[in-house]
Each structure stands twice: as C-alpha cells, then as structure tokens.
Design a protein around this ligand. Structure first.
Ligand SMILES: *Cc1c(COP(=O)(O)O)cnc(C)c1O
Length: 450
C-alpha cells in the first residue's frame, strides 16, 4: 500500500524560495479588474483627480524649471523620458517569437536627477514651494512662477529647510531641486549610499549627513531632525502622498506615448509593465496612475532583489503586520542600491492591494548580466537597480508560477499581441568608472553562464 505524499502548496514553495533568496513570483489574488475610482490609503483616499492635480502642478512650474535647470530648456521645463522600442533585446530576455513585443520607458535618462526619483521628488519639493510662495505672496494663484527665481523670493524660501532620508537617488532628486530653488537642503544617507552621490550633492550645496545603518535608520534620523524644526519639511519616502502622486503623473504622459507608437491596450492587447521596487512609492504611484488611465488590461509587476523583497513580504503578510526582510532571514544586501529597502511603504502596499498583478525577485548577478545585454542591444546605460524589470518576461513565460498566471488571466491566449514594458529607473548620472565596473561584472556573469 502506498500513502500519498502531502503536496506542498504553492504558498509553501514560494515561501521556501523567498527564504532561500531564490528568484520567486507572487501573484495577487486580490487584484480587481474594476477597482473603485477613489482608493483608500492611510486614512485618506485618492483618485485620478489627484494625479491630474499633480500633473497640473508640474506644468505650472515648467517655466521656472526651464530657467533654473539649463538641461530642461529644450523641453520647456517638462521632465519626461522617451518610450523606446527594444526589439533587438527580445532574444536575450528569453522571449520567443509570438510572445509579445518589448518597449522600455527610459526613466534612466530623466534629466536633473538621473532617475525615476526626478518625478516624485521634484513634485514634492514644488508642492512645498508652492504653498510657501502663495502664503508669502511671492506669486499669485495662476501667476508666473518664474517670479520664484528672483533674489527676493529665494531669500524667503532660503529660511526653510527640506530634508530627506535616502539610499541615494531620492536624496539626489530632493537635494538638487530643493537647493536650486534656494531652500536649505539636508540629505540623510544610509551606509549603502554610493560615495559619488554624496560628493555630487555636496558640490551642489546640499548638506549630507551619513548614517552607519540602513535606509530605515537614515529615514528615522531625518524624521527626528525635522520634527524639532518647524521650518523644516521632511520628505517621508515611506508615507508621502505628494511623492506618490508625482510618480503617478507619468501615466498621463505614457498614455500619449503609447498612442503615438500605435500600442493599443485592451482585452486583445494586454500591456505588461515591469517596475523595479524599493520602498514601493515610485512603482505604486505609477501603477495607480496606469490602472486609472489605461484600465484592467494593464498588468503591473514589481521587481525586487532576492535579498530585499520588502514589498513581497508585505503582500504576503496579514492585516496589521509590517514585516521586514530581516524577519525572513534575508540580509537586505544588494548592489541594486536604489532597491535596498528592508520594509515596504504601508501607503504603497495598501494602495496596491486591488491594483497590482504581482511581485517577483531577481538575483544580483542577473541584474549585471541584463545591464550588459541592454548596453549591447540598445546602447543604453542603466544602473543595476534599473535592470530588474528585464527579468520579467522570462519570469512569466518560463516558470510554472508565471505560466499559471498567464493561463488564469487569459493573457496566454493573446500573448502574441501583448506589449512588455520595462521601466528603466536610473543610470544617467552614474560616473564612468562605476559604470565600467558594472559592465565588467556583467560580462563575467555572462561568460560563466557560457
Ligand atoms: C528609488 C528607485 C526605485 C524604486 O522606487 P521606490 O519608491 O523606492 O520603490 C527603482 N529604481 C531606482 C533606480 C531607484 O532609485
């Protein structure tokens, strides 16, 4: 007589892979095709109107930004990136003929901050500046915001401080924009922040405070300092609506770019978007915007390093829990410094529950290999964090969990019409010496794979 072995259920397999720091895919059973127009998060609720308001604010400041940042003169102060066709990269990603086409949303080339953080970071600093400018009568509602570039206006803003805790890129965005507008700017950096980022900020007159601990410690230090100074605005990456809505405005631009490239998004033509995830604010803001603007046939996946899957562990947790990757025996050590976050934003997690399609993880070695493949196929320079999304198509088409998701959603039946969109989130400002080091490591990984 044989006794049937108990079959480990999928959740156990996923948990084991997660704990072993093996690439894993979680798909969201709570995703809704038709979510409510206004979604609750941290006791508030937000809708597409909030995204539009953020976009309108960025527009109001465009004239000033074009004046303050010479690199924005050509776009009239608009901060956006191109949508690039990437067919030459398809074979390297393990996508076969008939499994969809590939684009990248090239936020690695975003001006001013060199990363996706330009979107949210700029918006939050501008929202703070706008409030002060109206309060002090520096501009009229609907007036010309270029008035804020005058010495008198800068003197007023210079009484205020903007502070942030960051692994690097958010600090770069907030620090550079705040100091350009005349604010005192302070960036609390975690131990994993790169030296060149600190140097660059100091050159721009930003005060950099270094902390021995991780990202959470840097944020806590910044928050504490800000509480003691009434003239200080603290940009709280873990719970900021302003940051999140600044990111979400990207969806309005992308909708137009998709139309220009003739990419339809409907039941016959799904759009699958792969977004690198740190604390979750940037990918959640973009997913929120995309789901409002494009509807149920856009599927968004977050991607995290195998040692820092903070969003995945949050999505696996029960109500009221806020686990860290350390609780799972993981180290939070990764070369993808923009993604080295131990605990997810609860704002992002709550908002994503009905919207997100899934979360998956990727090994650091794979990030470097992908970074090189992107260079060779497209000539684009991205940083390791920004390579994470490129592991997405193979995760969906080449694993049991991915194939199960494709079948259960019906996407498999129309995969030949699908568009895969990989969001590349940073790279422009990486110094050449650092970048060459990334390329070397990537070539070594590829050589070892044969
Ligand atoms: C910050 C960052 C992300 C992720 O943004 P979060 O809001 O932290 O989730 C992705 N890629 C790069 C390059 C980043 O700097």
């Amino acid at each position: 007589m044989t006794i049937a072995e108990p079959q480990p259920d999928v959740d156990t397999l996923l948990a084991n892979r997660l704990r072993d720091a093996q690439p894993a895919l979680w798909t969201n059973p709570a995703r809704q095709a038709q979510p409510a127009a206004a979604l609750p998060a941290l006791g508030r609720s937000i809708s597409l109107d909030d995204t539009k308001a953020a976009a309108a604010r960025l527009d109001r400041f465009a004239g000033l930004l074009a004046q303050v940042f010479p690199e924005l003169a050509t776009t009239g102060g608009v901060v956006d990136s191109p949508l690039l066709p990437a067919a030459t990269l398809v074979p390297a990603l393990g996508l076969a003929e008939g499994q969809g086409r590939l684009f990248i949303k090239a936020d690695h080339s975003l001006p001013v901050a060199g990363s996706i953080k330009a979107r949210g970071g700029m918006h939050e600093v501008l929202e703070f500046a706008e409030g002060l400018a109206l309060q002090h009568g520096l501009v009229e509602p609907g007036g010309d915001y270029r008035a804020l570039a005058t010495p008198a206006a800068r003197e007023v803003l210079g009484r205020y401080q903007v502070a942030v805790g960051s692994t690097g890129n958010l600090g770069m965005s907030i620090g550079v924009v705040a100091s350009a507008l005349g604010f005192q700017a302070t960036v609390h950096m975690s131990a994993d922040a790169k030296e060149w980022k600190k140097d660059r900020l100091r050159q721009r007159g930003v005060q950099v405070v270094e902390h021995a601990g991780d990202y959470e410690r840097a944020v806590a230090a910044g928050r504490a300092e800000a509480t003691s100074n009434p003239l200080c605005h603290f940009v709280d990456d873990e719970q900021s609506f302003s940051l999140l809505l600044g990111y979400s405005a990207a969806a309005l631009h992308l909708k137009n770019q998709l139309a220009e490239q003739g990419v339809a998004v409907d039941a016959e033509h799904p759009l699958i978007v792969y977004l690198p995830c740190g604390v979750g604010g940037a990918p959640a803001g973009i997913t929120f915007g995309l789901r409002q603007v494009l509807g149920p046939h856009v599927h968004c996946f977050f991607v995290e390093p195998v040692q820092s899957p903070c969003f995945m562990v949050q999505m696996l947790a029960g109500p009221g829990e806020h686990p860290s990757v350390y609780d799972w025996g993981l180290t939070n050590r990764t070369e993808a410094d923009g993604l080295a976050v131990p605990r997810a934003s609860l704002l992002a997690a709550e908002l994503m529950r009905p919207l997100l399609s899934g979360v998956f993880t990727v090994a650091d070695d794979t990030l470097f290999a992908l970074l090189v493949q992107v260079l060779d196929a497209l000539g684009e320079r991205i940083e390791p964090s920004a390579a994470a999304g490129f592991s997405g198509p193979a995760m969906l088409t080449g694993t049991t969990a991915g194939q199960a998701w494709l079948r259960s959603t019906g996407v498999d039946a129309v995969l030949h019409n699908a568009t895969h969109l990989v969001w590349t989130t940073g790279g422009l400002l990486v110094p050449d010496a650092q970048y060459q080091g990334f390329v070397q490591r990537g070539r070594a990984v590829l050589a070892a794979q044969g």
